[in-house]
Design a protein around this ligand. Structure first.
Ligand SMILES: C[S@@+](CC[C@H](N)C(=O)[O-])C[C@H]1O[C@@H](n2cnc3c(N)ncnc32)[C@H](O)[C@@H]1O
Length: 238
């Protein structure tokens, strides 16, 4: 089964998917659709739209010049699995942690990982503020990704302490983010990061000004961060 929009967009990104990988995406779509009847996992359930705004958008990461295969990666606030799970399907060698605070979403993620027979995936039902203090997660990841979780200043605090020095944090964003990025520079610097660049996605099937904010981790994050649960969103570092 070939998902036509995903197929077209993946090729535009230079990603060649096998029949098995298309089958996994197809199964993922059906699980999302079925679970969404009982729990609100996503507002987007149309077959074409899921391929565009969930699957393809997730894979657009490689426009940042990073091929994630083999990397240790964490998706902070994974929700129904975006962008982490499409990346894992497309790049099976990566070692993925899906971090999600809401219990029922974490159950969906665990069941989907099992149904798709994916190995090397850990589902962590926790808040970022707590998980980032655990030694097995703190500064352990070469790549940290997050989409639609918080504004960049808050997100920096939730994400940068997972990233090892020399690693990369990539935030998926959309629209005019100039002010948001300017307002987050102090927080990023305080947390040991440095903005490298902002990459426009500009795919034929994703024309709505999506962007990747690419941040290098250049110094250790001070142990005082992240602050206790809720504070990064309530009082972003400024
Ligand atoms: C709008 S959803 C986006 C989900 C997914 N990343 C996507 O793009 O479809 C935000 C998710 O982040 C989770 N979240 C928010 N704050 C979090 C935190 N501090 N730690 C862990 N998860 C968090 C929420 O439970 C929710 O599932």
């Amino acid at each position: 089964m070939i998902l036509p929009i995903l197929n077209h967009g993946a090729r535009e990104l230079g990603i060649e998917l096998s029949d098995h990988q298309f089958d996994q995406f197809e199964k993922y779509y059906h699980l999302l659709f079925e679970w969404n009847k009982k729990f609100n996992l996503t507002a987007v359930t149309d077959y074409s739209e899921v391929q565009r705004v969930h699957f393809l958008d997730s894979l657009s990461l490689i426009r940042a010049g990073i091929v994630p295969d083999g990397l240790r990666i964490i998706d902070v606030g994974a929700g129904a699995g975006f962008p982490g799970l499409p990346l894992k399907i497309a790049f099976p060698q990566l070692k993925l942690t899906l971090l999600e605070a809401t219990g029922k979403k974490a159950v969906f993620l665990s069941e989907t990982v099992a149904a798709l027979d994916l190995d090397g995936v850990t589902v962590l039902n926790a808040r970022a503020e707590d998980a980032a203090r655990q030694p097995e997660h703190r500064e352990q990841y070469e790549l940290v990704v997050s989409r639609a979780v918080a504004s960049l200043d808050t997100l920096g605090e939730l994400c940068l302490s997972f990233c090892r020095v020399g690693g990369t944090f990539i935030a998926y964003k959309k629209g005019d983010i100039g002010n948001e990025v300017d307002g987050a520079l102090k927080a990023i610097e305080t947390l040991g990061g440095r903005l490298r660049f902002i990459q426009d996605i500009a795919l034929t099937d994703l024309p709505d000004s999506r962007k990747l904010v690419v941040i290098d981790k250049i110094r250790h994050t001070s142990p005082e961060y992240p602050r206790r649960s809720g504070l990064p969103a309530k009082k972003p570092i400024s």
